[in-house]
Design a protein around this ligand. Structure first.
Ligand SMILES: Nc1ncnc2c1ncn2[C@@H]1O[C@H](COP(=O)(O)OP(=O)(O)OP(=O)(O)O)[C@@H](O)[C@H]1O
Length: 257
């Protein structure tokens, strides 16, 4: 479980997050949505302990992360950022094995156990036949799947993903969410794609100007009354053949806000 209390983050005089309170229950998938610049990545990075808050705290399974080492964090939390910039000279297998390094430390060594975990993770993400390919030649979607495989090998109970479907085609987008639900007991996912938030998440948090202005089930939160003022659009919710909500947006007519 992740518990965030009064979390406030500044960059110099600028306030990026303003007193965030939220609980992310074990076993749930939580989407963070909101306009560009609203603080989604900042919140995710604070959950990962790479930002030092100016107020409040983040607890993982009841422990304040401010008191814990990077290794302690890596054993519990895996992070896949928005910009994937892996070393292009590494192979897929090298990169995925870094998940074990994060968890166990450089002195623990590799060995058969790590090789097996890497092979298994690449099987899960559909890259088993590309083990020796260099990262330099991979497409954006393939890199995304490599990053997910690395989190599998890291074996952390909490996975934080920043826009994981960015580079993916429709089939892989659908699959990645199945995968996230399968691999991570607890996941927090920054998304612009509201349909995916509805399809795959238990809880949605709407962030605006560093504050959570709505939180709850996708059905309750992803409605025009919440979304229109936040995104400054008119939201149209359509039901698809699978009964999943699909969203269409139009600019407000003149005189409407
Ligand atoms: N280190 C920093 N110094 C100054 N401003 C920062 C810093 N980091 C983030 N910001 C600003 O904080 C705001 C929130 O940034 P953040 O990346 O969290 O937004 P976001 O909601 O993830 O946006 P997007 O949807 O565009 O990815 C932005 O205005 C950004 O420019």
């Amino acid at each position: 479980m992740i518990r965030v209390t009064g979390l406030t983050v500044h960059a110099g005089p600028k306030q990026l997050l303003a007193g965030i309170d939220v609980t992310i229950p074990t076993g749930s998938t939580t989407a963070i949505v909101g306009p560009n610049g609203s603080g989604k990545t900042t919140l995710l990075r604070a959950l990962n302990g790479v930002l030092t808050p100016t107020g409040g705290r983040v607890e993982i399974d009841g422990t304040d992360i401010a008191r814990r080492s990077r290794r302690w964090m890596a054993q519990r939390v895996a992070y896949v950022g928005q910009r994937l910039e892996p070393d292009p000279s590494l192979t897929i297998a090298d990169e995925v094995a870094l998940g074990a390094l994060a968890r166990r430390g450089p002195l623990a060594g590799g060995g058969r156990e790590v090789d097996e975990a890497v092979a298994e993770a690449l099987e899960v993400v559909g890259l088993a036949d590309r083990v020796t390919a260099r990262l330099a030649v991979l497409s954006g979607g393939e890199l995304q799947r490599v990053a997910i495989a690395r989190t599998l090998v890291q074996g952390a109970g909490h996975v934080l993903l920043d826009e994981p479907t960015n580079h993916l085609d429709p089939r892989h987008r659908l699959e990645i969410f199945e995968l996230v639900r399968r691999i991570a007991p607890t996941a927090v996912v920054v998304l612009h794609d509201l349909e995916f938030a509805t399809r795959s998440c238990d809880q949605v948090l709407v962030l605006d100007e560093g504050r959570i202005i709505a939180g709850g089930s996708p059905h309750d939160v992803l409605v025009p009354a919440t979304l229109d003022p936040v995104y400054q659009v008119r939201t149209h919710v359509l039901r698809g053949p699978d009964d999943v909500a699909h969203f269409a947006f139009t600019l407000p007519l003149e005189g409407q806000s």
